[in-house]
Design a protein around this ligand. Sequence first.
Ligand code: SAM
Length: 262
Amino acid sequence: MDLNKVYLGDCIEVMKSFPDQTVDLVFADPPFNIGIRYDLHNDKMPYYEYYNWSEKWIKEAYRLLKTNGSIYVAIGDEFAAEINIILKKTGFYYRNWIIWYYTFGQNQRKKFSRAHTHILFFTKSNSNYIFNDKLIRIPSARQLKYNDKRAHPMGKVPDDVWFFPRVCGTFKERIAGHPCQMPEELLELIIKTSSNEGDLVLDPFGGTGTTAYVAKKLNRNFVTIEISKKYYQIILDRLQEKYAEKTTKRRIVSPNQNTLFG
Ligand SMILES: C[S@@+](CC[C@H](N)C(=O)[O-])C[C@H]1O[C@@H](n2cnc3c(N)ncnc32)[C@H](O)[C@@H]1O
């Protein structure tokens, strides 16, 4: 496995070529199987095809993670329950079912507009895993509002409902040519929490390369995989700072308070 490399190919096949227990953190934002128009991937597989495919890439992620490694999987309502079960069946230990609440969900006429994505956080060990709480603490209400002597002086660990605006198609930070893009702030929180400098972060579904880009900024090594040549090129361009003007100007905010973070 080459560090700090973008691999072009199918993530299951590419992951199979990597050695056991070499990765510290996996972040995966797979296609949600809801009919998004990707360049190559069919995002409307029959139910069991998607289920079995998910099982395969999650098993590979398990094999690659070190014994103290963590995995975060972003997933929509439609398959959140199934992915949760697959993660458990694979051998991972459940830590959090995080709700990423965002603004600018797609407006609806006949139902409420969706404004959340699930982020399932699991670890390979039930007790020995990286969780850098000191790096992610935020001011607590006990400190700010109640002047409570019991308040932890460094603030509190964020709750499991995170607020980050979605990167909409019309926003200046949006990279053209790909249907979805995660906010950098969300990846910053995950990478800071569950890895240390010099560690290896793997993202099997590269997309626009948000994970690789943020991992690099935070002095982590990265490996990312993307099946589409078009998106692969977007990732290479992003890592060469071709979109830097667009992607680095946003303020970093805490996950559940609009205060400065990190
Ligand atoms: C939801 S997007 C990821 C977006 C990414 N998190 C970002 O912030 O840009 C999913 C990506 O997975 C890619 N993909 C789908 N099937 C794949 C496979 N078998 N191997 C590698 N990549 C795949 C799609 O082409 C798409 O770019």
